[in-house]
Design a protein around this ligand. Structure first.
Ligand code: GLU
Length: 544
């Protein structure tokens, strides 16, 4: 299909809703699949409810989802302007054309008159549709009322007989009897275009070939087709997307939880996970695959594989999908996301992990060197062992541990370690807090379970003392030290491992203890073990 042109047309009267995002995504996929053009149009004719800041928020959400538009606000294009508020003159021309050909007529009925007739019909249990009171006014009568200054709306003259039919790309053939369609309003008495007028005029001017939108617009389609025909224009193809329901099978709303795309972003959901999740709300990829990266989606997306059955918005599935994407996220994408999350939560981070102390410049060669081996572990290489050098060793070790490069290393190791079990970006700042800050609480459940033994305080102090002296500080060495201590003291290693985990992370469940130690680094591990020991001896003195 050559020259496909589709559009997403949100109204800036609210944030981008997940349903709107799904519509935008399907349009985008369809355009990309066919090498076509994806247009973004802002339908801001509701002057009271439309807000520029909401338009900004919608564009921001679209960008976050990765749904770049080829024509529209900010990027321009040959068929603009792309905001309906800037197209008023064009609507006046279109409605004048329809009036001239007799396809539209002025209606002088006031709101009160219409209301009274509607109430009357309802009292008699008759369904109300506009009764055509002004449909047959003579040219003279119209001229007379106009010159008397009576205000009027313009209505579309729907044929009384025949049917209007179309082949929806999702719902199949739809046929409506024209007698069931009322003479709908195109322009209100204050001159404002209605949705029907704006959407048809714009889709025509923007050369839209396929209208892909929510099934809630199905009933609007016959009216719009009648307008295209009255204008002598080619009718676009239509595809209506199934409704999105909550788990209780009611239409998705705030009652079911967040509906705005931005809220999912704030909850730590990745855009690629949300996009994948939304794609499956109505579309089944070939082979029923669930995890489908964007390139693959573009390649295999077909409207013929979109179902007309309502889709259910399942938060559990989104959480699962988010964890899947998070686990496989490349580190160069994950690291900045976690940093952003930490900043948002007010963690004090520089370009590295913790805000560490800076090393002093221009020190003398102290006769030893601490090297970062692969994986960020420290290796102490001693070239001279004079007694006064011992204190120096401790000092340089301290400074080295706090150096920006080393901090960065530890930060990255911590992120990668937490990545294996994270379900949301929030996990990095919540359960993973101790990896990025010295200020964290001991989880009461974990304390109850793993800090029962009163002797633990002494063991934790002893472990700290040994780790301080350990020659290297990697997972293998720390494990050797801990197991050695447990054996000497006739303790189960598990007891010490669990107690240490709470001491180091505040949590009863965390990645493997020795990996955690290596990620945190010697200084922090030693300090935290002592801190936990002190806490165990005197819990009322507080956590930190
Ligand atoms: N502004 C309309 C909406 O938000 C778009 C309707 C259409 O796509 O025709 O529902």
């Amino acid at each position: 299909m050559a020259d496909i042109r589709v559009r997403f047309a949100p109204s800036p009267t609210g944030y981008l809703h997940v349903g709107g995002a799904r519509t935008a995504l399907y349009n985008w996929l369809y355009a990309r699949h066919h090498g076509g053009v994806f247009i973004l149009r802002i339908e801001d004719t509701d002057v009271d409810r439309s807000k520029p800041e909401l338009e900004t928020a919608i564009l921001e959400s679209m960008r976050w989802l990765g749904l770049a538009w080829d024509e529209g606000p900010e990027v321009g294009g040959a068929h603009g302007p792309y905001r309906q508020s800037e197209r008023q003159e064009r609507y006046r021309q279109v409605v004048a054309q329809l009036e001239k050909s007799g396809a539209a007529y002025p209606c002088f009925c006031t709101a009160e008159e219409l209301q009274a007739r509607r109430a009357h019909a309802e009292a008699e249990h008759r369904a109300w549709k506009y009764d055509g009171a002004c449909r047959h006014l003579s040219a003279d009568e119209i001229a007379r009322r106009r010159s008397a200054g009576q205000s009027y709306a313009l209505r579309f003259r729907v044929p009384h007989s025949g049917t209007t039919a179309f082949d929806d790309q999702v719902f199949g053939r739809i046929e409506v009897s024209n007698a069931d369609i009322e003479d709908f309003v195109l322009a209100r008495s204050d001159g404002h275009p209605t949705y029907h007028l704006g959407v048809v005029a714009d889709d025509l001017d923007m050369r839209v070939t396929d209208v892909i939108r929510g099934a809630d617009h199905l009933s609007n389609t016959p009216k719009q087709i009648l307008m295209y025909r009255a204008l002598g224009a080619t009718v676009p193809r239509f595809a209506h997307l199934p409704l999105i329901l909550g788990p209780d099978k009611q239409r998705l709303s705030k009652r079911h939880g967040a509906t705005a795309v931005g809220a999912y972003r704030d909850q730590g959901v990745l855009p690629e996970a949300l996009v994948n999740f939304l794609a499956l709300l109505g579309w089944t990829p070939p082979g029923g695959k669930e995890i489908v990266p964007p390139e693959e989606m573009v390649q295999s997306f077909e409207l013929s594989a979109v179902s007309k059955s309502n889709a259910v918005f399942d938060l559990e599935k989104l959480a699962w999908m988010n964890a899947e994407y998070l686990r496989h996220l490349p580190r160069e994408r994950l690291l900045p996301l976690v940093e952003e999350e930490l900043r948002k939560e007010g963690f004090r981070i520089q370009d590295s992990g913790f805000s560490g102390r800076r090393p002093e410049a221009g020190r003398q060669d102290p006769g030893f060197r601490i090297q970062d081996s692969e994986g960020g572990n420290q290796k102490l290489e001693i070239r001279n062992q004079k007694p006064e050098v011992r204190d120096e060793i401790a000092e340089v070790r301290r400074q080295h541990a706090a150096s920006p490069a080393h901090e960065r290393e530890k930060f990255e190791r911590s992120v990668l370690l937490l990545q294996t079990r994270a379900r949301s970006l929030k996990d990095f700042v919540q359960s993973g807090r101790a990896f990025f800050s010295d200020e964290f609480d001991y989880d009461p459940e974990a304390r109850k379970k793993f800090w029962k033994d009163a002797a633990l305080a002494d063991y934790l102090d002893a472990l700290a003392a040994r780790l301080e002296k350990a020659e290297t500080f990697d997972a293998a060495e720390t494990e050797k030290v801990l197991r050695g201590l447990a054996e000497e003291r006739n303790l189960k290693a598990g007891l010490l491992i669990n107690a240490s985990r709470v001491a180091l992370t505040g949590q009863g469940v965390a990645p493997g203890l020795f990996e955690v130690m290596a990620a945190l680094g010697r200084e922090r591990v030693v300090a935290r073990l002592h801190r936990a020991a002190a806490f165990l001896r005197n819990p009322s003195a507080g956590n930190n």
